[in-house]
Design a protein around this ligand. Structure first.
Ligand SMILES: [Zn+2]
Length: 70
């Protein structure tokens, strides 16, 4: 029971520690890394997120088109 109270306290503390500015900066940094960048696969004619690129180029659909093109 004591653990549950501890977790709750930590949660409150953590959000109180972050200033709005710090939170905003983190949000923007995260967005810069994942949100804004997009990758266009000209082979599949599809726009995906940069973060999903690695997964996409290994996908069956992409590899099939790749083998058909070559
Ligand atoms: Zn593709």
């Amino acid at each position: 029971m004591g653990d549950a109270t501890n977790t709750c306290d930590k949660k409150v503390d953590r959000s109180r520690c972050k200033s709005d500015e710090e939170r905003r900066e983190r949000y923007l940094a995260k967005h810069r890394r994942y949100g804004n960048k997009s990758y266009t696969c000209e082979l599949c004619v599809v726009v995906i997120k940069q973060a999903a690129k690695a997964k996409h180029v290994k996908s069956v659909k992409h590899l099939k088109l790749l083998s058909e093109t070559e």
